[in-house]
Ligand binder design. Structure first.
Ligand SMILES: CC(=O)N[C@H]1[C@@H](OP(=O)(O)OP(=O)(O)OC[C@H]2O[C@@H](n3ccc(=O)[nH]c3=O)[C@H](O)[C@@H]2O)O[C@H](CO)[C@@H](O)[C@@H]1O
Length: 374
């Protein structure tokens, strides 16, 4: 079995792909997997670290300007040519698009070479690449039922969920608390701004710390600040009594989420898939400049289903954050309800469902090839 995962640009797309690839590796020992992504350094590093092959493909984000469109088209043509050569050499049985501009060329190349393809869509409102590619791909696997209306032109759409890392649904473990130097009797708050950190969330949390200080016997905080925010955030926590663990990027997010009682985060699709798979009440602060404001619609979906609070960045103040945290800690009934609604939204088996779709399409192709060869 030979599979290409194509996409990247952000951690969210990549991590969903890695999670599906891990499931494939576990089920099919002979599987050969390759990731195609952008020239961003973290992509290659992360993929290779997880034990997969990586190949850069020319790609550029779509920009609505004369120059932007020209550059996009030039890179897309280069990317398609590169992908055609690569796929003729690697001979994949299927190409999986992870969303984002980097999935564009490999999926088009797969279509030209009559190789089956699947698209993964993690957000409520699909990105431009997936919306365009849906008519060419054999199937689309999305996370949200409410995304279905966007894929009217697709051949087949499945609501599978977004693949998440195995460790995320492994349950609470005592040594997870020890890992962070934490106390299992306290409330654990996890603050994360997605794969790159979020300056607005970092700033508001640092300003909230002195208001949270009276609760230092009750709470402890893990804060993933991103590379740029790390120093400042670390300094802020050093000045309080609150037990904390500050990092720029946390590789053991599974451990952090498994001890989390409240998550404060952006509304990136993969983070939402992870917190709902466990069932953690969340305060969602969508990134206001995300393409088509898609994080806002992810957060609306979570709030509508009762799994968290949507707090637009424009209303984000230390007072508001502290008020919500205290309310969640004091109001046990409300907290438990939110936890339940969050879990109801979760799709912890998404990797299995996505890999079932992939292997079904591969078997279908093999049967067709065998019949034609008779
Ligand atoms: C600005 C922007 O366009 N962001 C998009 C990007 O999000 P982005 O990649 O930033 O965020 P996501 O929430 O989707 O994914 C972040 C991933 O990084 C992991 N993580 C994060 C911090 C850390 O310290 N350790 C760690 O492991 C999280 O557990 C998660 O698996 O792709 C998502 C998937 O299409 C979109 O929904 C987001 O809107």
């Amino acid at each position: 079995m030979r599979i290409i995962f194509a996409g990247g640009g952000t951690g969210g797309h990549l991590i969903a792909g890695i999670s599906a690839a891990e499931e494939i590796r576990m089920r099919f020992h002979n599987a050969e997997i390759m990731f195609c992504g952008t020239e961003k350094k973290f992509e290659e590093e992360y993929v290779v670290q997880q034990g997969f092959r990586f190949q850069k493909i020319h790609a550029k984000k779509w920009e609505r300007s004369f120059k932007g469109i020209f550059v996009f088209l030039r890179m897309a043509i280069l990317g398609v040519i590169e992908s055609l050569f690569l796929q003729r050499k690697f001979k994949p049985d299927i190409v999986v698009g992870l969303g984002g501009y980097a999935s564009f060329a490999p999926i088009i190349a797969a279509k030209l070479l009559c190789i089956p393809s699947v698209l993964l869509e993690q957000n409520v409102v699909p990105g431009k690449a997936n919306l365009f590619l849906a008519r060419w791909a054999d199937e689309v696997c999305c996370h949200w039922r409410s995304s279905l209306k966007w894929f009217a032109k697709a051949k087949k759409v499945n609501v599978t969920g977004t693949p998440i890392r195995k460790g995320i649904v492994s349950g609470r473990k005592k040594n997870y608390y020890e890992k962070f130097g934490f106390d299992s009797a306290k409330y654990t708050i996890v603050v994360t701004g997605g794969s790159q950190g979020a300056q607005a969330i970092n700033e508001v949390m640092v300003k909230s710390l002195h208001k949270l200080e009276p609760f230092s016997e009750k709470i402890q905080i893990i804060h993933c600040a991103g590379e740029h925010g790390y120093e400042c955030v670390k300094k802020g926590y050093r000045q309080t009594k609150i037990n904390s663990f500050v990092c720029s990027f946390l590789n053991e997010m599974d451990a952090a989420l498994n001890i989390a009682d409240i998550v404060i985060c952006r509304a990136g699709a993969t983070t939402i898939a992870e917190i709902t798979a466990i069932g953690i009440p969340a305060i969602l602060i969508p990134y206001p400049y995300a393409a088509d404001n898609h994080q806002y619609w992810n957060a609306v979906e979570v709030e509508k289903n009762g799994g968290g609070y949507l707090l637009p960045q424009i209303d984000l103040t230390p007072e508001k954050i502290v008020e919500i945290i205290i309310d969640l800690i004091r109001n046990k009934e409300k907290y438990e309800r939110m936890k339940m609604f969050s879990k109801e939204m979760g799709r912890p088996n998404a990797s299995v469902c996505v890999v079932d779709t992939i292997s079904r399409l591969i078997s279908y192709r093999e049967t067709r090839v065998a019949l034609l060869a008779r």
